[in-house]
Write a protein that binds this ligand. Structure first.
Ligand SMILES: [Zn+2]
Length: 658
């Protein structure tokens, strides 16, 4: 077998090594059994904790500069899960040099110095010490900020415990599942994270854009390199590039393949096949054990100062006493046992509730009644589920958070209407009582509490048993039993407080969530997916409503005829939600969880079963697991047949807890 040579662009200079490789058939791979911990940085970038370890670097069967294979050990470090994308780069007012434009496409045409400069910008933004001297561009490896990976770190992370040609084995035919390369990229880059990750959860290590390493390049470096934390020669005009790109042959995408380019300062001489990702030192304790609480969480902006710079990455050595060494097996993902990896703690599900939710009194006989919540809690207690949940006590949302979605005049009108004893708000279907304003603030606050719990590692996911519900509430108007749009407020909160740019909202309430749709109709940072009975209240939600302007195609409506049941819902989730969600790659997922499509509901006309809600939950949870470490907050909307509601919520929560 042979590989095609690495194509070269005219503008690309200094690619030294072309590859013709035959017969690399090294068998076997070593692999680990679990994905390392991840965190999201204050500036909203996902990083993976790469454990300290020893690996076999290089290849005896590749190009001469890859040999000899030698054992190398590296300390633990954090590595960006994705290549640096253009929207992140632009945050620092740096002109985007990329040839193939797109907010989530990898940055390219970036020279080494500008990549290092970005590392420094990002370090300063996150309150960390920059690694690069901006005059000499020497790297201070002791600084706690971001830098380019060493070549050894890059290959170790790419291999993710394997010794095979690629991180997924030796079969170049599988490369298309993991990489955009010359055979499938259609001669351009693609948004990051669309292909399969390696066993450590890193995306695009093969293909898309080749990546700058910190090291200077020397052809014979491996022949005398140190076996602990090698950092390349001290002199040289070229820097190492790893991983292959959209225009690379399969051979150039191998884990051991190395090439180089001049690290010129002139961007126009940089190649549109070269990008990068950042790393950051992790505490030494990461090799032995790190508290999952401390690293899965991100501190909110105001907490960061008080916790110090490294609060989110400080290990607690005794929390998990693990030794992170590769185990042996054919496939990096194979479960090989041996007890070397930490056993995953049982997922925790948070539960938001407050008695003030019962103080929002509606008219006698109104379907949206306090009895809905008491029925849910009674059922959860009777069946022993309640005791397994992490109780989350909410605080009222601040006006600032409410006003991220609602007009200040409307918020004031809600307050005054409640305090003066008005009977309803805006329309007779939103009856209110004196405490309704307090309950509505607390309902939104409940969602914020759940977001905090998930983002800070207190819970893996959470359910909010709150009322009044929210998804019909508009910027300046109450409707459909809803006062403040809880999920929309939560969405803006997770974006603003935690710097996450992309949020998926899945709305399976039997009614169309017109308020949520309106809030994000022209916003490409939120993917709103609604499945609902149609035509039905409130009348909106046709398939033609797809978003507007930049938000076009970021609203997906699946209107269904009355009488639809599990099969139709599951088809919509499998065929419409899942592919759109995976392409969007959300960083956080909300469910507007109405249970009024239940077969026994008193308002809806659908036939979804209790088990059906479990299956829908499973699909959404799978999306969250695949895209954003399971970060999911589910928020109660409708559901009016008390028995069906309580049973469905319990099934829903059991799947969240699994
Ligand atoms: Zn509803």
């Amino acid at each position: 077998m042979g590989f095609k040579p690495l194509p070269m662009k005219a503008a690309c200079i200094g690619i030294l090594v072309l590859l013709t490789l035959a017969g690399c058939r090294r068998q076997g791979s070593t692999g680990t059994t679990a994905t390392p911990q991840t965190m999201t940085t204050p500036s909203g970038i996902e990083m993976v904790l790469i454990p300290a370890g020893t690996f076999e670097m290089g290849s005896d069967k590749g190009t001469p500069d890859e040999a000899p294979v030698h054992k190398v050990s590296v300390g633990s470090f954090w590595m960006d899960r994705y290549e640096v994308v253009q929207e992140e780069f632009r945050k620092y007012q740096r002109p985007d040099p990329s040839h193939f434009k797109g907010p989530r496409q990898p940055l390219e045409q970036i020279n080494w110095t500008d990549a290092a400069g970005y590392c420094n910008d990002r370090s300063r933004a996150d309150g960390l010490e920059p690694c690069y001297d901006e005059k000499t561009w020497e790297c201070n490896f002791n600084a706690n900020g971001y830098r380019l990976p060493t070549e050894a770190e890059w290959e170790y992370a790419c291999r993710a415990g394997t010794t095979t040609q690629y991180s997924f084995g030796n079969n170049a035919g599988s490369l298309k599942d993991y990489a955009w390369d010359a055979d499938n990229a259609s001669a351009k880059t693609h948004p990051v994270g669309q292909k399969k990750p390696n066993a450590w959860g890193l995306y695009d290590m093969h293909g898309n854009v080749a990546e700058w390493c910190n090291d200077r390049y020397a052809k014979d470096y491996y022949q005398q390199s140190p076996d602990k934390d090698p950092r390349g020669p001290t002199e040289g005009r070229e820097r190492v590039i790893r991983g292959g790109a959209w225009n690379s042959s399969a051979g150039s995408c191998r884990s051991a393949y190395r090439t180089s380019s001049l690290s010129v300062d002139d961007t126009c001489l940089a190649d549109d096949a070269i990008g990068f990702r950042c790393v950051r030192n992790a505490p030494a304790s990461s090799s032995m054990g790190v508290s999952p609480m401390s690293i899965t969480g991100i501190l909110p902006v105001e907490d960061r100062k008080s916790h110090g710079r490294d609060a989110h990455a400080t290990g607690t050595p005794n929390a998990i006493n693990r030794v992170w060494e590769p185990t042996h097996g054919q496939d990096a993902r194979a479960t090989t046992g041996g007890g070397l990896m930490p056993s995953q703690p049982k997922p925790k599900t948070g539960f938001v509730y407050d008695d003030v939710y019962l103080e929002h009194k509606t008219t006698p006989g109104h379907p949206e009644s306090p009895a809905r919540l008491t029925a849910i809690i009674e059922k959860l207690k009777t069946d022993g589920v309640y005791a397994q949940l992490v109780p989350l006590t909410p605080k009222p949302a601040s006006l600032e958070r409410i006003q991220a979605i609602h007009a200040p005049r409307y918020v004031e009108r809600v307050r005054i209407s409640c305090e003066t004893g008005e009977e309803y708000l805006d329309s007779p279907d939103v009856p209110i009582s004196r405490k309704s304003y307090a309950a509505a603030l607390m309902a939104a606050g409940g969602v914020l509490r759940a977001v905090d719990a998930v983002m800070q590692g207190e819970a893996n996911n959470a359910f909010c048993a709150i009322r009044p519900p929210g998804h019909h509430a508009l910027e300046d108007r109450a409707m459909g039993f809803c006062i403040f749009n809880n999920v929309a407020i939560g969405t803006r909160y997770v974006q603003q407080q935690y710097g996450l740019s992309k949020v998926l909202i899945v709305d399976w309430d039997v009614h169309h969530g017109n308020g949520t749709q309106a809030a994000f109709y022209d916003d490409p940072s939120v993917l709103y997916f609604s499945v609902h009975q149609y035509p039905f209240y409130p009348g909106s939600g046709s398939e033609a409503e797809k978003g507007r302007g930049q938000g076009l195609n970021h609203t997906i409506n699946v209107p269904l005829p009355g009488g639809s049941g599990d099969k139709v819902y599951l088809e919509a989730f499998e065929q419409k939600l899942r592919p759109a969600a995976l392409a969007f790659a959300p960083q956080f997922v909300f469910i507007s969880a109405g249970f009024d499509a239940h077969e026994n509901d008193t308002l809806g006309g659908m036939r979804v079963t209790t088990e059906g809600y479990g299956k829908l939950t499973h699909i959404v949870k799978g999306i969250a697991n695949q895209c954003c470490q399971g970060r999911l907050v589910s928020v109660l909307e409708g559901g009016y047949g008390l028995k069906g509601l309580a049973a469905s919520v319990e099934t829903h929560i059991r799947v969240l807890m699994d």
